[in-house]
Design a protein. Structure first.
Length: 364
């Protein structure tokens, strides 16, 4: 629990929506709200999206839409609508909620988590581009995850004054000494969706191309969901069963034990906002191998290596650096500890509290 909290008095003025976050529902928005829920004294949250078939998705959206409308109609304390959004369908659902909030005269915060918002915007028709920017310009505050995202939104005509950076949140680390293993290997960890976007198959390719050099010197553990069979097949086809271990979807104590076990975190994504998994790994003092996309270069600065997305040679060169120079792990790990401080709960909750207080002062 954070020392700095969103008090009951302030929380009563805010209704929030986004993805379902209970029962370890996957996704960046879910992870953020899951952490936030422990820092609010009375979080008023309405999940508008849950993974499932069309009837499930429609049920969660419609029921939350109606409940939010009733809340705003009858609870005069509510003055702020805080909407967590990604791109694509997530954005269009939230555009409807922006109109709903406008109807009831509420101050609106649009909190953008999308790793592919640039693609979403650039691929849109001219008509949809206007709708996107119209929605963005109609809210009091847009929260983005990094300076690079703030600059990009300014480049498409969004007022600088409406944009603010709020760091993703990561909890304080939980140390489990028994999870550390001294087996003479460098332990690499990947946590995330199993697919091309996160670069996990590029890691497999990099290790497979240097199988003899990797064997007995490294161990990679992978935690994630989707495309599990494809990943298992890739591991077997390349004969990497002794080097690469697939853990399935991990959460709770199993996830904590993996974060304690790891030496180096690796996430060579093609696009990102600012991954919570990187921040979590940094809080445990791990160097990071990742890519210069989204807000990642703002946190991986002196505490890891950034490689070109999809470049297996660069991925292996980065991994080899820690194999050949293990002392770099602790040296860069201490920088990770320093760089992650602004993303720990007290710092983030103080920033969020100030955003709420400031927006209540905004005159239309």
């Amino acid at each position: 629990m954070a020392g700095i909290r969103i008090t009951e008095e302030l929380a009563s003025k805010v209704i929030m929506s986004g993805d379902y976050y209970l029962k370890n529902h996957p996704g960046g928005i879910s992870a953020v709200v899951r952490y936030w829920s422990g820092c609010f004294d009375g979080l008023q949250y309405y999940p508008i999206y849950k993974i499932g078939g069309k009837p499930v998705k429609a049920w969660w959206y419609i029921t939350s839409y109606v409940r939010m409308a009733l809340k705003m109609a009858f609870d005069r304390k509510v003055s702020i609508m805080h909407l967590h959004t990604a791109a694509d369908g997530s954005f269009w659902r939230n555009a409807d909620l922006v109109r709903l909030g406008r109807f009831f005269g509420k101050k609106i915060i649009l909190h953008i988590h999308a790793s592919r918002f640039k693609d979403f915007y650039n691929e849109a028709s001219p008509e949809n581009k206007e709708k996107i920017t119209g929605t963005l310009k109609s809210v009091e505050k847009i929260i983005v995850l990094s300076q690079s995202w703030k600059e990009w939104f300014e480049s498409i005509g969004i007022r600088k004054e409406s944009l603010t950076i709020l760091h993703n949140i990561t909890p304080e680390p939980t140390y489990i000494p028994s999870a550390k293993v001294d087996d003479g290997k460098i332990h690499f960890l990947f946590l995330g969706e199993i697919g091309q976007r996160k670069g996990v198959f590029d890691i497999i390719r990099a290790i497979a191309q240097h199988k003899d050099e990797a064997e007995g010197k490294i161990e990679l553990r992978i935690g994630g969901n989707r495309n599990e069979e494809k990943l298992i097949s890739a591991i077997k086809e390349n004969g990497l069963e002794e080097t690469v271990i697939f853990e399935g979807w991990v959460s709770g104590e199993k996830k904590l034990r993996l974060l304690n076990w790891a030496d180096v975190y690796i996430l060579p994504s093609f696009n990102e906002g600012l991954p919570i998994s990187i921040l979590e790994a940094m809080s445990y003092g791990h160097p990071v191998i990742s890519t210069p996309v989204g807000g990642i270069p703002e946190v991986v600065d002196g505490n890891g290596i950034l490689v070109t997305p999809g470049n297996a040679d660069e991925i292996w060169a980065a991994m080899s650096r820690y194999i050949d120079n293990p002392s770099a792990i602790s040296q860069e790990g201490s920088i990770s500890h320093r760089n992650v401080r602004p993303y720990l709960p007290d710092s983030v909750m103080e920033q969020l509290r100030q955003i709420y207080l400031d927006i209540m002062e905004v005159k239309r």
